[in-house]
Design a protein. Sequence first.
Length: 71
Amino acid sequence: MPYVNIKVTGGNEAPSAEQKAELIRGVTELLSRVLNKKPETTVVVIDEIDMDNWGIGGKSVTVLRSEARNK
């Protein structure tokens, strides 16, 4: 049983329900096609992480996005 965990930033950048459904379908199809995995046993989980809880290079994504907007 394949298990895929997709982590994305949440808040105002969170994917829509339609985008999440497309990700789930697409990942399931990819595993079926490439690895011959059964779609009915493929699990896809999407976690939305608040941008304050996601850090890169010692700064939260909130700070990084703010800095990028101010350049």
